[in-house]
Design a protein around this ligand. Sequence first.
Ligand code: AKG
Ligand code: FE2
Length: 931
Amino acid sequence: MYFIKAPPGLVTRYLWVGGVHGLTTGQLADLFAPWGQPTVVLPDHTPAATPTPPAAADQPPPSLGTAGGTAATAASGEAASEVSAAAALAAAAGEEASGSGAPAPTAAAADAARHNGDGSEPPLRCFHAFLEFPGEEHAAAAAAAVPKGGPWAAAGGRKIVATFADLRRDKRPVPRPVATSTQGMGVPGLELLTEFVSPQQEAALLAAVAAAEAEAAEAAAGAGAASCSGRGGGGGGGGGGGAVGQGTGWEVLAKRRVQHYGYRFDYLTRNVDLAKPLGPLPAWAAQLAARIGELPQVSMRMDQLTVNEYEPGVGLSPHIDTHSAFTGPIISLSLGSAAVMELRRGEAARPLLLPPRSLLIMGGESRYAWQHYIPHRLSDVVEGESLVRGRRLSLTFRQARGFACDCAYPEFCDSQEGVLPPTRISLLRQPQPQPQPQSQQSEEEGVGGVAVAGGPTAASVANGGGGSGGGAQAGAAPSISTSREASGAAANGGAAQGAAAGAGAGTSRGGSGEDQQGSPAGAGGGAGGAGGANGDEEGEEEEESRLAALEAEYVHKVYDAIAPHFSSTRFAIWPRVRAFIESLPPGGLVADVGCGNGKYFGVRPDLAVLGSDISAGLVAVAAARLHAPHCPATPHLSPPRAADALVADALRLPYRAACADGALCIAVLHHLSSPARRVRLLRQLLRVLRPGGRAIVTVWATEQEDPKKTLAKWTRIPTVAADGGAAATASATAATAATAAAAAGAAATDRMSASSSCTSLNDRAATGPATPRVDTGPAEPAGAAVAADAAASDAATAEAGADYFVPWHLPFHRTETARAAKAAKEAAVAAGSSAGGEAAAAAPKVDESKGAVVFQRYYHLFTQQELAALVEEALAAGPADADDTAGGDDAGGQVHAPGLAGAGSGARPCGVLEEVFYDRSNWCAVFRRDA
Ligand SMILES: O=C(O)CCC(=O)C(=O)O
Ligand SMILES: [Fe+2]
């Protein structure tokens, strides 16, 4: 395995960092720790750097400041960082260290430098190193944080350069001794039992496997099934009704054939579907499984068997069998021919010969934290002798798991936080969104049985809520005209909003003179009350259509186009969202509105999740996860689906009112382009929640942790909504102001820190009945209450957030996105050449230098007060009506408690804003519906 610098535009989870000479690996890791605890890999490919041992008192490692500026200058151009140790070090020294005066270190020197005799860590003698981050996002954030070309204060004034790197495996043949026994291999939990079966038994097993194809076909015919050839990979599944011993027959994968028994292993989801057992194992497999199960190292019932057939030259990609799919050890019996299997963890690669008739037991760490890999080779060299491979069959026995994995290796565990990204194969097999009538699309894409049929959902997809029946005016070029330009619509929109706000919250919307954008919305707001309801309806509809079209263009279309790539970057479970989910009552129902790839579906096994998203592409990814549930608590009882996903518009959720115990709305609200539409979404959440139900909403914050790497790279655009300037802050009621300010006070204390801050509003501003604290975060900083008081008086003048275009780079040379990128590229070129004006402006752009198609996504960044006020406004307005399907927000007629005034005059909001907190560049609100 070795690293190279990545080609321009390729974002990876590895960074090449130059200028590290003189640092210790520990210091280097610490320097980049804020972006995700990278593993430091040194260029000569000795085992990965271990955590820095405590420095010996008499020989401290040099401080970051001592060696400033000795090394790298610029990382431009092609650094010859393909790494043969000495060559790379010399190259690095030659390229980057000119003038440093340091002697070019040799590999041996670097190696020797790795550990001092006393256990302290000496400084690095190499000029570059590689950092392996948990994900691309982390690496990208880290790369962005390194100052370009100048000294870096955090690094003690050194110049550090960072570029993305690519990991390659095995291009250089690295002679590694192949072990013939697991003893001394250094892979805990791995055990090889040779001659586990006799040659006669081996022959019988090979014959049984050979006969299985015919038996499977026969069984299928007997069961009246029309299609069970198994060939082509789509078969199997069965449903459990077949004859005893029914397997899948041969399924043809790209390079090998497989048979499955017990449960079919799905290579798309890397999991088994417990709801679809294939039936008991056939006798020959059951006998073997029983014998294996009785081994003391195993001691469990094996209920799943995969037969792999490898022709000579065929191997198996490195992988860890999905934790959530199988529990306990994984056992593989080799038949026919030997092959070398390599066990890998980090930089360690330990090859082991698997002779025919041997049984390999992968238990414990070897099963959960080490990848296993069979190189694609025609022969293996073992103890100096070349062993030519023949046809090898392996029988891999496993036990399907019916519960979340709770192993000690969360970084490799898809049930735990370091959820693995989807496999390349799963990404390749993502259906690409086809341009088609959207209403049809929603019907077809609606997976599972929940709530898809009927209701307004189907038709709503294209419209994004834009006008009942009127559609999104698909032909119309999306306008990003400012509120000033759209003054006609603005006045009307403002009036409508005034109606909603006036009737609902009795807000101080008239105070929108603070509107920085100079939006005329203030006029509408001034009208307030019922007056707004009588505004120019045509104008309202026009405005709604315009905003819906904008969202369709700059949100929905983009996510559909980038879905597989986007999804591959989204798998971290955010601790605060997890904490919220964990705070929900047992056995409840959760609406995950804007579920994306469904990454939160499996957090709680006992909760049923209804996921919805307007992007069919993302719902397809989420749906794939449904076949890999981590959640069914009763594996053999065909449990009801614990989650389902469908394409739906968040502004018109196709669920019954008051059905959900919880609602998630993660990173969705900021894609809605007006305060009115944001309130509509919040009121939809309230409608779906039962009284007592709670929701968490997260949005991107104007206070970005690293604005130079985010805000500075995004395009600030004029507020798109006509009433955008009147953003919810100005509508804060006295109560809102107090709660908002309370949150602001505490949040301001640490809003720019990476750790989450949090605020339980109930503790600070007595705005309602005491509610249980969800907050699991640190205690309130001293002085926050004072700050809150001060902020309270400011709340009325609180700033609204701002609208941005945020680019998404879809790399066109990444295998897993090649098809999507190709389509997007062609579309971009076509749009650029055929359309003019704004349509062309909306089209994604090809950036050859970055090797990517660049899409622009619409975002509204929120201030903390703005989010709080928005939630308060929705709470005051009450749950959306069941028939809130019209585009225009005629909330004036829908408010459940008309005529409510602010808190001072006895308003009865339908619920409580429990807390607002800042978490990693997001503002998050938790609120509860009471009535
Ligand atoms: O062929 C083998 O021995 C291993 C098969 C395997 O790792 C798998 O099916 O997951
Ligand atoms: Fe495996």
